[in-house]
Design a protein around this ligand. Structure first.
Ligand code: ACO
Length: 427
């Protein structure tokens, strides 16, 4: 495409520059539009709006491509680990052995929470959703390390490591709190994902068995969620970071955005949907009829994506892993059978075909987590742990952008035009 585009606005020609990304996608740079024409663009839900330039993740939704820093998700899923991939996402290159050791050591050194945080956990009722605890506690953690707020740039590697490491400790503690169990502290000889499972499932007097296939499956779930360009929560993190808020405050906002059932909350919503179908004795066909006829505005949770219009590459990987985990654990799950049936019907049904609705990553991840023993209300927390490196990398980009300005969209006002105040007795 040309380096400029010409358009006619209100009868007058306007030339605007274009920006071409490294994979050839083109954006029209409209940053001078309002100055030149007095108009703004209107794009609710931002389906046509590039809010930034970013070098972290590339997605081609039509071709089902997802790459972190140029590396294909399938290759990373096969050969890498969540921690190595986290380094790649945050710092741009795969680490050398020395860099990986240094990064892992930094994570281990920062895995303990300040003991004062225990009192915050005590304040939550046992009914608190772990996502509420997670976002509050990430913010609370910053108050125990004041230099997260004051010396941000020079201490970035420490803050990033502290956040990646502590989010896992906070997540496990919130599970233990919600289930009335004593907190289990991390062990320095365990790797990231194994340590998380230890904190979740060990007892003070007995360590849980850490089956390698389970550790690997959960590590894979974290890796597949590690970044996904400008989704709702990452855009939230960038928005908050643009005001120069600190890393922990920005990440806590990301957790809140992720919580909703149309975003990270979908993995919980998928399992709830499958359980409901199972309890009703339906094989999925009755439910799908309700979805297609928009009865009760129901959706097939775990299907559809704003960007992927062909297939979600993460869903393909996770579906294979799901079969493997259940086979290795010698488990069968009636919900998996329902999920497969729903998928089979939907992929051959014109309603879903014509709207380009395919299974997304959440459709099968919940079944793996259920098999591992992760409770339903922790599913979105697992997503948040996985997404942390992506949020951190995007935060870093915002902070390092020399031309960065505070994010501040405009609007088209549709309320009343100017009117005079009416005294109470005349209304
Ligand atoms: N089930 C049934 N119909 C659907 C679904 C679904 N899961 N998703 C979209 N549609 C329909 C819409 O009703 C709409 O139909 P219409 O043209 O008759 O009005 C059409 O498909 C277009 O849908 P939109 O809502 O415009 O799609 P959008 O891009 O805004 O939404 C989203 C994407 C939020 C993911 C949507 O597909 C959805 O709600 N899916 C279910 C929730 C889910 O799985 N979310 C996880 C997303 S992935 C992630 O965050 C990891």
């Amino acid at each position: 495409m040309n380096e400029t585009v010409e358009m006619i606005i209100d009868g007058k020609p306007l030339v605007l520059p274009t920006v071409t990304g490294s994979e050839g996608e083109v954006g029209i740079d409209i940053s001078s539009l309002r100055n030149k024409t007095g108009c703004i663009t209107l794009d609710p839900a931002y389906g046509n709006t590039g809010a930034c330039e970013s070098a972290v993740t590339f997605i081609d939704g039509e071709l089902g491509i997802l790459r972190y820093r140029g590396y294909d998700i399938a290759e990373l899923a096969e050969k890498s680990t969540f921690i190595e991939t986290s380094y790649l996402i945050i710092y741009g290159e795969l680490p050398t052995r020395a860099q990986l050791t240094e990064f892992s050591n930094l994570l281990s050194e920062n895995q303990m929470l300040h003991e004062g945080m225990r009192f915050h956990f005590e304040g939550f009722p046992s009914t608190a959703h772990p996502m509420a605890i997670l976002s509050s506690m990430i913010n609370a953690a910053s108050s125990y390390h004041p230099n997260i707020i004051s010396k941000r740039e020079e201490r970035f590697p420490y803050h990033a490591a502290r956040l990646i490491s502590q989010v896992r400790t906070i997540a496990a503690f919130s599970y233990r709190k919600a289930h009335g169990l004593p907190a289990i502290y991390p062990k320095s000889n365990l790797k990231y994902t194994a340590n998380f499972l230890h904190m979740m499932f060990s007892l003070p007097n007995e360590d849980c068995e850490l089956k390698p296939e389970i550790v690997k499956a959960l590590d894979l779930i974290f890796l597949l969620h590690a970044d996904h360009e400008q989704n709702c929560s990452t855009s939230t993190v960038r928005m908050v970071a643009s005001s120069k808020a600190n890393l922990f405050a920005s990440a806590a906002a990301g957790v809140c955005a992720l919580w909703g059932p149309l975003h990270g909350g979908a993995n919980q919503a998928v399992l709830e949907m499958l359980e409901e179908i199972h309890q009703e004795g339906d094989d999925g066909s009755k439910f799908l009829n309700e979805v297609k006829n928009k009865i009760g505005n129901r959706k097939l949770m775990g299907f559809g994506h704003r960007v992927y219009k062909n297939f979600d590459p993460r869903a393909v990987i996770i579906k294979n892993q799901c079969d493997k985990v259940l086979a290795q654990l010698h488990k069968s799950d009636p919900l998996l059978d329902i999920a497969k049936k729903l998928e089979e019907i939907a992929l051959n049904d014109d309603y879903f075909i014509s709207r380009k609705l395919y299974p997304n990553v959440d459709f099968y991840s919940g079944i793996i987590m259920r098999a591992i023993g992760i409770p339903l209300d922790m599913f979105t927390v697992m997503f948040a742990i996985g997404r942390m490196p992506g949020w951190i990398a995007n935060y870093k980009e915002v902070m390092e952008d020399p031309d960065g300005r505070i994010a501040r969209p405009r609007q088209i006002y549709t309320g009343p035009t100017q009117r005079s105040y009416a005294a109470l007795e005349t209304r």
